[in-house]
Every structure is written in structure tokens, then in C-alpha cells.
Design a protein around this ligand. Structure first.
Ligand code: ATP
Length: 603
């Protein structure tokens, strides 16, 4: 799926991805980008014009003829020209910043949306792979503003190079000798900066795993998810020390690089200063001898610091490019991930009849990153309107079977049919509308109570009656109606006025969500594990009525939940060992009887 680490390093260092980034920014904000380029050109021209007008002004003053009455006017003329150009430059700069801001926002929105669309269309297997989380977390860390930052940095670099070339030509007008002199003394600064920027980024890529580990530990120490266990087991100091050890290691290694960079910078900036004073000396002597003007000295004093700043800007721009490239590659890596195969043109239309059996025929399945099959030769039928149960020990493959039934994965062998049509031939979204699951690890949405239920079928027109009906059937109504804003109450504690509820109450909302859907088949994977015995009994005692006589699959470790099923499958090690009704299985020798025959109050 994703390249090896060394390949990634190679890719990052050899490919700055500028073309791809530029295309992306063009797609998101073409007009604004063109506007930016025009403003940058305007800035450069105005900046140079203003400085050159100053030089002419100083030359006019130094050669002033006191008897000439027009001298005043001449001097004021150049003051005004320099001032107008300088004001124009300031305005162009402000407009540039404004455009960049708009452009950045547009690009950020575009990328955010693309990240979300990519994430929702990815095959589920990515979400079960650590590699995916690496890519996703880097892409998110990259932030949607980075691609735009790269382009604006590129434009900045181009602007600075233009300005530098122009400054170089101004220096040339003073005396051509100054130019090679400056190049020899000043350019090493640029090279040293670029060299160390590249080194620093390579170092950063190499240390990503350590950085991630320390970020993980920091998150453990500060997040609410682990706060209880960290206190209960007294893990705080231990984890904090692990975190500190990693930070110290990273810091010490970075220190070595910083030391070398500082030494090199001392040498190159000293050389640049020597270059500056050599040039000043050369011009000063030239002025005394009459070969250069006072205006030339002023011009040099103005433009040398400018050119040095420009060189600094160029080198830091290049460093920013390298740095952001790591993150931008992650964004592109995410965009390049394989998304779910979209519905084939030959997708068959969903049959309208309610009486459709869902059937697994000789189904085998191996997870994408695994070499051992999780399910082997499964034959299982969910007849229309019937309740079936799947029983098995931990790791038997029950939840995996559910993922196949929800078409989150496709079988490697065999087929799943709905009303005799292979579900692979049906449109994914159409098929998924027919199956409504309550997963073992259901989601707790920090939205209103009614939205928690409506999410079961978000395309269905709003109906308070249906929401309350599903809520009553799941047992959620009794606590939701106690809230000050009833169904409008915000759930969870992430947002203001949110109401946190118990895990069993969250589970009731998840059940209501499934019941609210219009699916033909409901799937309950350990869906009542957090419900109290009374609530669970109430639900299953009138289960058929509560699910409106639809088909259902129940997975549970409790006999009280599965005994209501019309037919039961016993799964072990990914194969079906036994099947039959509760009574048949209890009277048969085997795992089912062993599990449930002995009266056991807990099951
Ligand atoms: N994403 C995955 N990649 C590879 N193997 C997996 C993945 N998810 C589950 N497995 C493996 O598949 C087997 C069956 O897991 P599954 O979650 O289906 O079991 P289960 O019967 O639902 O167990 P439990 O009762 O504990 O919920 C396990 O051995 C597990 O290690």
C-alpha cells in the first residue's frame, strides 16, 4: 500500500512535488494565484524604482549648483518620485498580503474537503492498518494551508531572486568589480543555509517514528480516554519518564546538527561582513578619487543590507519548501490511496420486494494484511423476516462476518447474495441501505439526541414521530425525555451544554439509530452488552415487534439474547461447527450445549 521508509526518504529528497502542488493550488484558486504573480512583479518594480530614485536624488544633492534656481525643484521632484514609488510599493505589498490570505483560505477549504472526501471513500482495510494512520495523521498535521504556503513561498523566492538580480544590476551601475566581490563573500551564506535546511529536514524525516511515539505518549498523558486508567494504575510518572527519554534523545541528536550549523554560519556571516567592508572601502576610495559618487555610497549602504536580507529570505524560503514538502507529500500520499471501487455501470437495481433472503455461500475471507484466513467455507442463511444468531468464543470471526454482511469487505471466495443477486453486483450505497448494524464499537456522536437517531437514515425526511418511536423501541426515550431540551439536547461533553450519558444509554441511542433506518436486515453485534439485565430482557422479549418483523442477526455471548433467534450458527476458528434451533443445539453434543446447557446466571 505505502512505500517503505527508505523509499519515502528518497522520494522526499529527490522530488519537491512543486508541479503537483502548483496544479493543486491552481485548481483551488487560479484567479487569485495569477493576481498574486502580477502584484509581486509590481512590488519588485516599485521597490527598485524607489531605491533608484533615491540614488539619483543623492547624486543631485552632491552635485548641486547653488546658483541654479531650478535645483530645488529638481531635488523635490526626485523626493516626490521616490516617495510615490515607495508608497506604491507599500500598497502593492499590502494588496499582496490580502490576496495571499484569500488564496490561502480557498486552498485550505479545497484541501480539507478533498481530505474528507478521500477518507470517506477509502476501503475499510486502510482504517485497520497503522500505515494508513501514519499517512492520515501526517496529512492532517500538514494542515490544509501547507500547499498554499509552498506556492506563496515559491512566489516569495521568485520575488526575492528578481529583487536580488535587480539589486545586483544596481550594484553593477556603481562598479562592476563590486559584484564578483560580493558573490565570493556573500554566496557561501546562501549555500550553507540551504545545505543545513536540507540536512535538518532529512533528520526530521528520520525521526518521525520517535516524534510520533512521543506525541502518542503525550496524548495518553493528557487525553480523557486514558485519564481514568492512568490514575487507577499509577502510570503517570512511568509514561512521563518514557516521554522525557524520547524528547532528550531527539534534543541531543538535534543539538549536534545545530552545533555544526552555528559554526558554519559564524564563518560565512563573518565572510559576508568582510565582503561588505571591502566594498565600502572600494567605493569610499573611489569617491575620494572622483570615480564614484556620494550617491553610490548611499545606494550601496541602502542596498547591501537589502541584498543580504534577500539572500536570507531566499535561503529560509528554500528551507520552508523542504520542510513543508514532507507534509505535502503526506497530503498527496493520502489523495493517492486507492478508494473503494465505485459502483460498476452494470450495477443491478435493488429488488423492491421485502422478502429477500441474505445468504452466504461457501464464503472464505482473509484480511488484507494477514496471511491466515479468518473465515473458511461459511454457509449461512438469513431468511426474510427471520432472526438468526451467531455464537462463538472471542476471536471466532463473528464481527468479521458482520463486516462482510455490511459489504465493508468482500469475500475472497464464495459469494453473498441478496434475493439471489450477488451483492458485489449491487451498488454499495444501495446495498448498505438494506443493512443496518449496531457495531460492538458503535459511535458516540456529539450531536443532538435526535440526530444520533436520525443518522440511521439521514436521507429520510425529518419525522419526530419516527425518531421517538425508534427511541421508545430501543429504551432510549425514558432518559432522553428527562433532558431539558429532550431530543434537541446535545450529547457528549465535547461541546457547550452537552449531556454525557452512561455507556448503556449511548448503546440505547445506537440501537435506536439502527431501528430508525429503513433497512431490511438489522445486525446487532454485542449490541446489548452494556444494557442492564432488565433493559436487555425488555428488548429481546418483544424483539420481533420492535424490529417491525424485519430480518435480524444477533451476536451475543448471553443465552438470554440468542435464545429468541429462529436459527443459530455456532462459529469456531472461522468455520461453522454447528447450526440449528436453540432447542436442537441444546440437545446436541457440542460447543453450544457446553456453553449454555449448564444453568449459569451470568448467561
Ligand atoms: N483488521 C484485521 N486484520 C487482521 N486480522 C484481524 C482483523 N480484525 C480481526 N482480525 C482477526 O480475525 C479474527 C476474528 O476476529 P473477530 O473480531 O471477527 O472475532 P469475534 O468473533 O468477533 O471476537 P469477539 O467475540 O472477541 O468480538 C481474530 O483472530 C482477529 O485477530
Amino acid at each position: 500500500m505505502i512505500n517503505t521508509f527508505s523509499e519515502k526518504v528518497k522520494k522526499l529528497t529527490t522530488n519537491l512535488n512543486l508541479k503537483k502542488t502548483l496544479l493543486l493550488v491552481l485548481k483551488a484558486a487560479k484567479g487569485w494565484l495569477i493576481f498574486s504573480v502580477v502584484m509581486i512583479l509590481a512590488e519588485t518594480i516599485l521597490f527598485l524604482g524607489s531605491i533608484y530614485a533615491l540614488k539619483i536624488l543623492v547624486d543631485k544633492i552632491s552635485h548641486i549648483n547653488f546658483s541654479d534656481k531650478n535645483s530645488d525643484r529638481d531635488v523635490i521632484k526626485y523626493v516626490v518620485i521616490a516617495a510615490v514609488l515607495a508608497i506604491g510599493y507599500a500598497i502593492a505589498k499590502a494588496i499582496s498580503a490580502y490576496i495571499t490570505e484569500i488564496q490561502a483560505t480557498r486552498v485550505a477549504h479545497y484541501i480539507d474537503e478533498k481530505i474528507h472526501l478521500t477518507a470517506i471513500s477509502l476501503e475499510l482495510s486502510y482504517f485497520e492498518s497503522p500505515d494508513y494512520y501514519d499517512v492520515l495523521s501526517r496529512a492532517k498535521e500538514a494542515g490544509s494551508d501547507r500547499p498554499n504556503l509552498v506556492i506563496t513561498t515559491m512566489l516569495e523566492i521568485a520575488k526575492n531572486i528578481l529583487n536580488l538580480a535587480a539589486v545586483g544590476s544596481l550594484i553593477f551601475t556603481i562598479n562592476w568589480v563590486l559584484l564578483p566581490l560580493l558573490v565570493v563573500f556573500v554566496l557561501p551564506t546562501l549555500f550553507v543555509r540551504i545545505y543545513f535546511a536540507n540536512k535538518q529536514n532529512l533528520w526530521r524525516i528520520k525521526h518521525t517514528p520517535l516524534e510520533r511515539k512521543s506525541a502518542y505518549l503525550s496524548n495518553l498523558l493528557t487525553s480523557d480516554v486514558s485519564a481514568k486508567e492512568i490514575r487507577a494504575f499509577g502510570l503517570g510518572d512511568y509514561l512521563n519518564n518514557l516521554y522525557k527519554k524520547i524528547r532528550v534523545e531527539v534534543f541531543q541528536q538535534n543539538l549536534k546538527l545545530s552545533y555544526k550549523r552555528t559554526l558554519s554560519e559564524i564563518v560565512t556571516t563573518s565572510m559576508a561582513s568582510m565582503g561588505f567592508f571591502a566594498c565600502i572601502g572600494y567605493i569610499a576610495v573611489g569617491t575620494v578619487r572622483g570615480t564614484t559618487s556620494v550617491g553610490d555610497i548611499v545606494l550601496f549602504l541602502v542596498i547591501f543590507p537589502q541584498s543580504f536580507t534577500l539572500i536570507q529570505n531566499i535561503s529560509s524560503g528554500i528551507s520552508i519548501l523542504y520542510h513543508n514538502n514532507i507534509f505535502i507529500n503526506s497530503i498527496f500520499e493520502l489523495f493517492d490511496l486507492k478508494t473503494e471501487e465505485t459502483a460498476l455501470n452494470s450495477s443491478k437495481a435493488m429488488v423492491e420486494s421485502q422478502d429477500l433472503d441474505l445468504e452466504l455461500r461457501n464464503v472464505s475471507f482473509t484480511y488484507p494484511h494477514s496471511n491466515k484466513p479468518t473465515l473458511t467455507n461459511i454457509d449461512l442463511k438469513i431468511p426474510a423476516g427471520k432472526i438468526i444468531a451467531i455464537v462463538g468464543l472471542n476471536g471466532a470471526g463473528k464481527s468479521t462476518l458482520i463486516k462482510l454482511l455490511c459489504k465493508l469487505y468482500k469475500p475472497n471466495l464464495g459469494e453473498i447474495t441478496l434475493g439471489e443477486v450477488n451483492i458485489n453486483e449491487l451498488d454499495d450505497a444501495d446495498y448498505r441501505n438494506q443493512v443496518s448494524p449496531v457495531f460492538q464499537d458503535f459511535s458516540k456522536y456529539n450531536v443532538s439526541a435526535e440526530d444520533n437517531i436520525r443518522f440511521g437514515n439521514i436521507s429520510k425526511p425529518y419525522s419526530e414521530e419516527d425518531i421517538v418511536d425508534a427511541s421508545k423501541k430501543s429504551g432510549a426515550h425514558s432518559f432522553v425525555e428527562e433532558f431539558p431540551n429532550q431530543y434537541k439536547t446535545m450529547m457528549g461533553r465535547l461541546f457547550e451544554d452537552g449531556h454525557e450519558v452512561s455507556i448503556g444509554q449511548w448503546q440505547k441511542l445506537a440501537i435506536a439509530r439502527a431501528l430508525f433506518s429503513s433497512a431490511r436486515i438489522l445486525i446487532f453485534d454485542e449490541a446489548t452488552s452494556a444494557l442492564d439485565a432488565v433493559a436487555e430482557k425488555e428488548l429481546y422479549d418483544s424483539f420481533r415487534k420492535r424490529i417491525s418483523n424485519r430480518s435480524a442477526v444477533i451476536i451475543s455471548h448471553r443465552h438470554s439474547a440468542i435464545k429468541h433467534a429462529d436459527y443459530i450458527y455456532v462459529l469456531s476458528g472461522g468455520t461453522i461447527l454447528q447450526h440449528g434451533t436453540d432447542e436442537e443445539l441444546l440437545n446436541m453434543e457440542g460447543d453450544y450445549a457446553k456453553l449454555f446447557k449448564t444453568p449459569n446466571p451470568s448467561i
